[in-house]
Each structure stands twice: as C-alpha cells, then as structure tokens.
Design a binder for this molecule. Structure first.
Ligand code: CMP
Length: 138
C-alpha cells in the first residue's frame, strides 16, 4: 500500500551535519521525499506534536531537546512507507537498534536518537498535517 509518513531529523542530527547522510539513506531506500523544510520549533510546538507523551516523565526534557535547534521535517511516501522508514531508523533506544540503522549508528541516547518517524497510519495523518498544509500532502 502506498503510504505517507512524517520523518524528522532531530536537533542532534542537524547539529552534527547528518542531514545529507540521512537523506541519502532515504533516497537509496526507494522512499520519495514528498515535502521538506527546516525549522526551529518552539517548546509549545514541540509539546503539541508530542501531546500523546504529555504524561510521561521524559516529556519536559523531550520538548526542550526538540526545540534546542533546527529540525528537518519531511513527508516520505512510497510502498509501506511507515514501516520502511521505521526499519531504516531502528529501535527508539540506539543501544537496542539493529546494527547499520540510523539510530544505532548516530543516536546518542534514547532521547537524542537523531530521527523520528510516525508509528501507524493514524499518527502519520496527524503528524503530516501538524507540520504541512494540504498542498504539500497531496
Ligand atoms: P520518538 O520516536 O520521536 O518518540 C518519542 C520520543 O521521546 C523518542 O523518540 C525519544 O526521543 C524520546 N524519549 C525519551 N525517553 C524515552 C523513553 N524512555 N522511551 C521512549 N521515548 C523516549
């Protein structure tokens, strides 16, 4: 099934000049970058994006981290795009991610894990609409 998913290169990835490396992995995987922009989120914008985690102990630290510097936001599209991007990223905790994945190679901690990806069609719909307008999601 052709899907769309939201990908984020987090502040730790942008700060360490990993944008090109990560985009190269996306493009060679067969996924298409349908929309892309670089922005610095406010704490409020990060809180809205991660609202499902608002009761978690790591929420204040996560939203502060996500607004400490610019992020790259992308809509990726393709066959099984949600799972494909998750496979490229690896597990949330870099220490548990499969060797060769983005988070295993570049992640610094469970929080500073370099990339984000939607985990299901419903979250992909919310997350792509949170950052992109209708014309970019066509
Ligand atoms: P992400 O896939 O963007 O989804 C939620 C984020 O919370 C996660 O990646 C990490 O950056 C961050 N996080 C920090 N601590 C934890 C934790 N203990 N479990 C899951 N996610 C965490």
């Amino acid at each position: 099934m052709i899907e769309q998913t939201l990908a984020i290169i987090k502040p730790d990835g942008v700060a360490r000049n990993l944008i090109g490396e990560i985009i190269h992995r996306i493009e060679t995987s067969g996924l298409k970058i349908q929309a892309m922009k670089m922005v610095q989120l406010s704490v409020k914008q990060a809180e809205g994006f991660y609202a499902v985690h608002r009761d978690k102990p790591f929420f204040p630290s996560l939203t502060s981290f996500m607004s400490e510097g610019p992020v790259v936001l992308m809509i990726l599209s393709g066959e099984n795009a949600i799972q494909k991007w998750r496979d490229l990223m690896g597990a949330t905790d870099p220490a548990k991610a499969v060797p060769g994945t983005i988070r295993r190679e570049f992640g610094q901690s469970i929080e500073r894990n370099t990339t984000h990806g939607s985990d299901a069609p419903e979250t992909a719909a919310f997350e792509t609409a949170y950052f992109f307008g209708g014309m970019e999601r066509l």
